[in-house]
Design a protein around this ligand. Structure first.
Ligand code: P1T
Length: 385
């Protein structure tokens, strides 16, 4: 069967997953090598040095490309590594229009590293009029959106924003980490590049740091690959192998995350000690209709506002037992965190509060444990407040 004809749950297992031609090993070998023998100087089998290419990484890239319906995928040692490559691929002095609610590390790299090379403009991309105005005023070379956003789960209309970018001859990038390719495919909605922190749902087991980009644009892929080869943030063969292993269950994991998240969101919404719940799958979500239109599901991330102050939030976070208080997301285990103190601390307090990352905001990465245990855990911690 052609890989383009396969359904998602088949692709994650079989694309790039052919048995090893030398031994018949069903699982791909971990090519734990830095270098490759050459027959004659410059005559080799496509592999010279693992910073440039590695056969285990190639298999992972093949699978990832197919999941986003892309011709090319590039894997790096972290999500931030991928952001670095994309930023360096632009001519110095470029203008980047970035969503105003993004992962704290993305905000940090743009405002403390790449502001020295490029002009960085933040805008609320959920409001298309804002984007239109900013496009005319700043004439960006690249538009960077995260949807749903981390941590506020705001939804940007990918089709509309990428269309606007195209009409202004700007490239568009969508960080699709929160949805994974199972629930959202930005390239099919018009994006030029889709990026993921593979550390999250793609690997799914909280044991690998990694990032990737997928695109149909050969020149962009080649530019980023050359930069990776030059700058060096290439992923190790073992980590690529672990992601190949994690990916195999992506479809069923995403279904389970979503099923649990909807139950947890509904429980929290009805709880008297909770001020507000944000989950794209709830009808009360500000962008629920758009989420329903452009996503195939709503994912496993929930944010909510507790009734109370920072002290109460800390007490609540100390009292959960099944949820682990930790940064990151997208693993099989449930995690809980405080964005203002943890993942988004690099955003200045005033700015954080203006966009809604307040001291009573809590973020959940709902895992695939039994939902009754997760709800009981939250109930007990809330009861103790
Ligand atoms: O951690 P790394 O693999 O470098 O990925 C960075 C990154 C990029 N994009 C999004 C949307 C992300 O959420 C992240 C990392 N986020 C966390 C560590 C977190 O807890 O939110």
């Amino acid at each position: 069967m052609k890989k383009s004809e396969m359904k998602f749950a088949t692709k994650v297992i079989h694309v790039g997953g052919h048995p090893d031609p030398e031994t018949g090993a069903v699982m791909p070998p971990i090519y734990q090598t830095t270098t490759y023998a050459q027959e004659s100087p410059g005559k080799h089998k496509g592999y010279e040095y693992t910073r440039s290419h590695n056969p285990t990484r190639t298999r992972l890239e093949e699978c990832l490309a197919s999941l986003e319906g892309a011709k090319y995928a590039l894997v790096a040692a972290s999500g931030m590594g991928i952001t670095t490559l994309i930023m360096h691929s632009l001519p110095p002095g470029s203008t980047i229009l970035c969503g105003d609610d993004v992962y704290g590390g993305t905000y940090r790299i743009l405002t403390t590293v790449f502001h020295k090379i490029h002009n960085i403009i933040f805008v609320d991309t959920t409001n298309i009029k804002n984007v239109e105005r900013a496009m005319k005023e700043h004439k960006p070379q690249l538009v960077w959106i995260e949807t749903p956003t981390n941590p506020l789960l705001k939804i940007t209309d990918i089709e509309k924003v990428t269309q606007l970018a195209r009409s202004h001859k700007a490239l568009s990038v969508v960080d699709n980490t929160f949805m994974s390719p199972y629930f959202q495919n930005p390239l099919s909605l018009g994006a030029d590049i889709v990026v993921h922190s593979m550390t999250k749902y793609l690997n799914g087991h909280s044991d690998v740091i990694g990032g990737c980009l997928m695109t149909n644009r050969k020149s962009l892929y080649e530019k980023c690959w050359k930069l990776q080869n030059t700058l060096g943030p290439s992923q190790s063969p073992f980590d690529s192998w672990l992601v190949i292993r994690g990916l195999k269950t992506l479809a069923i994991r995403m279904q389970a995350h979503e099923k649990n998240a909807l139950k947890v969101a509904k429980f929290l919404e009805a709880h008297p000690k909770v001020e507000k719940v944000v989950y794209p799958g709830l009808k009360t979500h500000l962008h629920h209709k758009l989420a329903k239109k452009q996503m195939k599901g709503y994912g496993g991330m929930i944010t909510f506002y507790l009734k109370g102050d920072i002290k109460k939030s800390k007490r609540f976070l100390e009292r959960v037992k099944v949820f682990t208080l930790a940064e990151s997301l997208g693993g099989v285990e449930s995690l809980i965190e405080h964005p203002a103190i943890m993942t988004h601390a690099s955003i200045p307090k005033k700015l954080r509060e203006d966009i809604g990352i307040s001291d009573n905001l809590v973020r959940l990465s709902v895992g695939i444990e039994d939902s009754e245990d997760l709800i009981r855990d939250l109930e007990n911690a809330l009861k103790s407040l």
